[in-house]
Design a protein. Structure first.
Length: 207
């Protein structure tokens, strides 16, 4: 996708649940305490890129089903919206799962599942590249399904004869082993010090 020749227009695409769970596993945080704009800006500043926009994608819990998490996420998303972040939220779907037990028999339980979040991210990354709205796409995710997006971006870059970079920033620490960023992207590990410098000081927990 060409060489890096200076400051580049950058759009951050943030998979909210993926980032939250990565920070929890890496750094032990039990709440989504990130400030995504500051986090994206920290990545851009370290590389001389210009942050143009932050887009945040997440599945949301219904307040009636899980009052704590539903209320917390509603408050955090509202604050992010006021901060100028583009929000794309979808209700979490509850799916029945049955597993066979080693001793025989089975156990059935319900699990939460995001529907359409990764598809929406993929569509937006590809559409905005095609419309020349960025030079660098920051995918805050470790969802390997998005590696196919990187293949498409390479095709777009060749057809448009221009430089496009797709990078995958992600938390990495002792508690997260060596799990990588998205294949076919530039990996940008985020260490504890960088993450902690970008913590949102606001408390969104229900009173």
């Amino acid at each position: 996708m060409g060489g890096d020749t200076g400051a580049r227009r950058t759009v951050a695409f943030v998979d909210g649940q993926n980032l939250f769970h990565a920070a929890r596993r890496c750094f032990g945080y039990r709440l989504p305490n990130f400030d995504v704009r500051r986090l994206a800006q920290a990545v851009c500043s370290s590389r001389g890129w210009t942050l143009e926009e932050v887009r945040f994608y997440t599945g949301v819990r219904a307040p009636d089903d899980e009052p704590f998490w539903g209320t917390l996420w509603a408050a955090k998303l509202a604050a992010m919206g006021w901060d100028g972040i583009r929000i794309f939220a979808r209700p979490l779907v509850y799916r029945r799962v049955s597993v066979r037990l080693p001793a025989g028999g089975s156990h059935t339980f319900f699990t939460r599942q995001e529907k359409g979040i990764d598809v929406r991210i993929a569509i937006d990354v590809i559409r905005m590249a095609y419309e020349r709205e960025y030079d660098v796409a920051l995918l805050f995710s470790q969802d390997q399904d998005l590696s196919e997006v990187a293949r498409v971006i390479r095709v777009i870059a060749r057809k448009q004869a221009r430089w496009i970079k797709i990078a995958s920033p992600y938390p990495r620490g002792e508690g997260f082993g060596k799990r990588p960023g998205i294949d076919l992207t530039d990996w940008i590990p985020i260490d504890r010090a960088t993450y902690d410098a970008c913590v949102d000081p606001r408390d969104y927990r229900p009173k």
